[in-house]
Design a binder for this molecule. Structure first.
Ligand code: FAD
Length: 432
């Protein structure tokens, strides 16, 4: 069985071992910071001079653009971390609380019609034990038919996991929810386990970022660890006195150092391609848009984009003045033809812009746009992942040097999840 801390594969570091961390994305930085604070001698090794991995915030002429994560769901671990590294979080604006789903070209807060809603309400009190390795498409169809799949489950999951529901395992994403369904609890009871437990009193809630963007977090951690970060060519050969932890993506985890059988497990982790496109418009061109967080777009709408974030409404400081609006669209995803690879560059840029204009019923052209292409953006949380995590865990334990894996493919994809796991691992390592 996989180790008992979700999101961390392989042995927990033991006192007295030097820690060698590969990769300085948010996973490596969080783990490095926590283990250093716990008294471990920590070195991080990077293949690039840039820290933060996927996370990058750029100031442009009309405002700020995030290349990947734009926010984090707050937690007690983030609250504690930010207090200790002196970062002030920025809460999402209340006016951005409405989320929309596009159905037949219209922004709706709830996309199902009366009959579809009735079917869903009845299902809430029914039981849906899962078949082995059940995926979300199968479950959604059993619960509420095509409408639930197309207008709620598919776009919701696409927006976070960048994959079609048929490729996402119920037990992989939400083990507590899957367990409740298999214990014969009603769908309603099982759903309660999906939502993060309420933060304890006094702790902020909901989505947060930082005035200068998400890169403030990775920059602050990198600053704290500045003496501990080294180029990858200085990584010493693994031995029993040091604990090597790969915080790099599965496809980049030290092919030269690890045995073939471990590599063959890592090769099974698939990644979804994504394009993140940010547009700035003059505000007076988009006065017809409702206030809110943004909208998700079901594939059945026939657009290339999966969703649109209304950046300037979610957080303050995202545009230089109220004369401008800022939006980010996400396109691509696993199981959809990849715009990235199949079209010449100008072709896909135009397709994304036209689809944005179609979705928002806007006729104007943007004053600025910036695209970030990720050929391997996010790991696909397929139904077979839990078995793969078990195999990887056993393979790590069988090596003759301490080796572990901690990244967004090892069980937690969100920054909130990665932060929680890094804190728990270091608490456990401290206890010995
Ligand atoms: C478009 C997009 C939007 C997102 N939005 C959100 C959001 O709003 N909220 C949220 O919580 N999450 C979001 N996520 C997810 C989150 O950003 C990622 O899961 C997280 O940043 C992954 O961090 P990581 O450190 O595991 O991986 P990475 O960021 O990929 O970092 C990996 C590191 O390993 C290094 N590396 C690679 N190969 C080697 C090698 N051979 N040797 C040494 N180092 C190596 C890289 O240089 C990098 O520093 C989003 C992701 C994407 C793509």
């Amino acid at each position: 069985m996989q180790g008992d801390i979700r999101g961390f594969i392989g042995p927990i570091p033991q006192k007295g071992k030097r820690i060698h961390i590969l990769g300085v994305g948010i996973s490596g930085l969080l783990l490095g910071w926590h283990l250093k604070k716990a008294g471990f001698e920590v070195s991080l090794f990077s293949d690039s001079s840039k820290t933060g991995g996927l996370i990058h915030s750029e100031q442009r002429a009309f405002g700020m653009v995030e290349s990947a994560a734009n926010a984090v769901v707050w937690s007690k671990h983030l609250e504690q971390l930010c207090a200790e590294i002196g970062l002030s979080p920025l809460a999402a604006n209340k006016k951005a609380s409405k989320r929309f789903i596009l159905r037949k070209g219209r922004f709706r807060t709830f996309p199902l019609n009366t009959l579809e809603t009735l079917r869903l309400l009845i299902s809430l009190f029914q039981k849906f034990p899962l078949s082995k390795d059940e995926d979300f498409e199968t479950l959604a169809k059993r619960v509420g038919g095509d409408a639930l799949l197309n207008y709620l489950v598919q776009p919701g999951l696409y927006g976070i996991y960048a994959s079609e529901a048929k490729f996402l395992g119920v037990n992989t994403l939400f083990p507590g929810f899957a367990q409740s369904l298999n214990e014969n609890k009603s769908l309603w009871e099982a759903l309660k386990s999906v939502f993060p437990s309420r933060a304890p009193g006094g702790i902020r809630k909901g989505l947060h970022s930082f005035e200068q963007g998400m890169m403030s977090l990775t920059d602050a951690l990198a600053q704290e660890l500045s003496q501990n970060i080294h180029p990858i060519n200085e990584l010493p050969a693994p031995d029993e006195h040091s604990h090597l932890i790969s915080c790099a993506p599965a496809y980049a985890t030290l092919p030269a150092l690890i045995p073939e059988y471990l590599k063959s497990f890592l090769e099974k982790v698939e990644y979804a391609p994504l394009i993140s496109s940010s547009f700035f418009f003059r505000s007076d061109e988009l006065t017809h848009l409702p206030q809110g967080f943004g909208c998700v777009i079901p594939p059945s709408e026939g657009l290339s984009i999966l969703g649109i974030l209304f950046n300037d409404q979610i957080f303050d400081h995202r545009v230089v003045s109220s004369e401008y609006r800022s939006f980010t669209c996400i396109s691509g995803g696993y199981g959809r033809p990849s715009l990235t690879l199949d079209y010449p560059e100008q072709g896909w840029k135009e397709i994304i812009l036209q689809d944005f204009l179609k979705a928002t019923h806007c006729k104007a052209l943007p004053v600025d746009c910036v695209h970030q292409v990720w050929p391997k953006a996010l790991p696909v949380y397929q139904p077979a992942m839990p078995a793969l995590w078990d195999s990887l865990h056993q393979a790590c334990l069988s090596l003759d040097f301490p080796f572990s894996l901690f990244s967004n493919f090892t069980g937690e994809i969100s920054i909130r999840g990665l932060c929680g796991t890094a804190a728990i691992v270091s608490e456990r390592a401290c206890r010995g």
